[in-house]
Design a protein around this ligand. Structure first.
Ligand code: HEM
Ligand code: MG
Length: 336
């Protein structure tokens, strides 16, 4: 039975995370890495299993310990990913390619593709990874990183910060609209595209930096995380739990969810899977459409674990001041 997710750790201040107990080690044959520079780094330093295959609980512990990710964000991101890309029977998720290391697959149309799978969690217009249409959606892309550096030079005085993130996020969307006939930024991807753009300056800057230095990511450090999957020497995690800031990035250049229909430069608004602007619409459609398409008629342990993971996912969703969930829970597979 999948265990309930870990809560927040007792200590949530800055601390050395590139420590003796977590040395960087180069990849061994068969080790899996993927589109997320945060998880790649955690695996290469042993906060996650070094082979890149982990349970949701291991991932939540690792992102909290290694990057001080705030507990609700950690649970939300992890269960979203696990529900669509993980093996719900074995409770294992690959942070990259599909692999037999997650165990026997449930019947199709389930994919269990790992985080590399395009269109479930991974999506277009990433900052340092190409669109799946161009053939590689998960490896570090030097051309895109050169653009990341150019934007940091022009808008951030040589540093990647929230201003640069707002500009580059918008530019990557325009770039994909103009070049990728299959460009899509709908539902979950509309949300993650903005959230993830806020992550570099919030998570990858040493937690001891204060004042004018806070939130300013230098290029050597950026390269260390994005390309090398490595903490800089002596790196301290953030000084307080980080919940991300999709809103700040979005407000710099608000852009609707949508996709190219019938070729490049044919962006069409599409809010049929919800978006950052319609969070409960995202939740309901993610469960009732996206997940139901992968698991139309689950039986036995699979159905039980789907319901358990759906419950953990729902518990990570936003609450109002009185602690009441903002969205109404949906039960595509019944209530137990
Ligand atoms: C991107 C998963 C935690 C930083 C991604 C992507 C996935 C993912 C699937 C690819 C999306 C795309 O760009 O197409 C996860 C999961 C997490 C997690 C399941 C579990 C909590 C973190 C943490 C950090 C982080 C803790 C930072 C320390 C990033 C960044 C990107 C990204 C910066 C964007 C990369 C780019 O645009 O080139 N993540 N992530 N993630 N993630 Fe994570
Ligand atoms: Mg992507």
């Amino acid at each position: 039975v999948p265990p309930p997710p870990p809560g927040p750790p007792a200590f949530t201040g800055a601390k050395l995370v590139n420590d003796k107990a977590h040395p960087f080690k180069p990849l061994k044959k068969g080790d899996v890495r993927g589109p997320c520079p945060g998880l790649n780094t955690l695996a290469s330093h042993g906060y996650l299993p070094r082979n890149g295959v982990a349970s949701p609980s291991q991932i939540i512990d690792a992102v909290q310990e290694g990057f001080n990710m705030e507990n609700e964000l950690a649970r939300f991101t992890t269960y979203v990913a696990h529900l669509v890309d993980g093996n719900l029977v074995t409770d294992l998720l690959s942070i990259g390619e599909k692999t037999r290391k997650t165990g026997p697959d449930p019947p199709p149309p389930a994919i269990v593709g790992g985080l590399n799978n395009h269109g479930t969690f991974e999506g277009d217009a990433s900052l340092t990874r190409g669109d799946a249409f161009f053939g590689d959606n998960h490896n570090f892309n030097q051309e895109l990183f050169d653009q990341f550096k150019n934007f940091s030079a022009v808008y951030g005085n040589g540093f990647f910060n929230m201003t640069v993130a707002g500009e580059l996020r918008f530019h990557r969307i325009q770039q994909s609209i103009a070049t990728n006939p299959e460009f899509s930024l709908v539902g979950l991807r509309h949300l993650t595209a903005y959230a993830e753009a806020s992550f570099p300056s919030l998570f990858f800057v040493d937690g001891r930096k204060t004042g004018a230095e806070a939130g300013q990511l230098d290029m050597a450090t950026a390269e260390s995380f994005f390309r090398d999957m490595m903490y800089p020497p002596d790196f301290f995690r953030p000084a307080a739990p980080v919940a991300g800031d999709a809103g700040a990035i979005f407000l710099a250049h608000p852009f609707q969810p949508g996709r190219n229909v019938g070729g490049v430069n044919n962006f069409t608004v599409d809010d049929s899977l919800g978006s950052l602007l319609d969070f409960c619409g995202f939740y309901e459609n993610f469960v009732n459409k996206t997940l139901k398409a992968l698991y139309p008629n689950p039986k036995g342990v699979l159905r039980r674990n789907l319901n358990i993971n759906l419950q953990f996912f729902f518990e990570s969703l936003p609450k109002d001041e009185s602690g009441t969930p903002v969205c109404t829970q949906v039960f595509p597979y019944g209530r137990n």
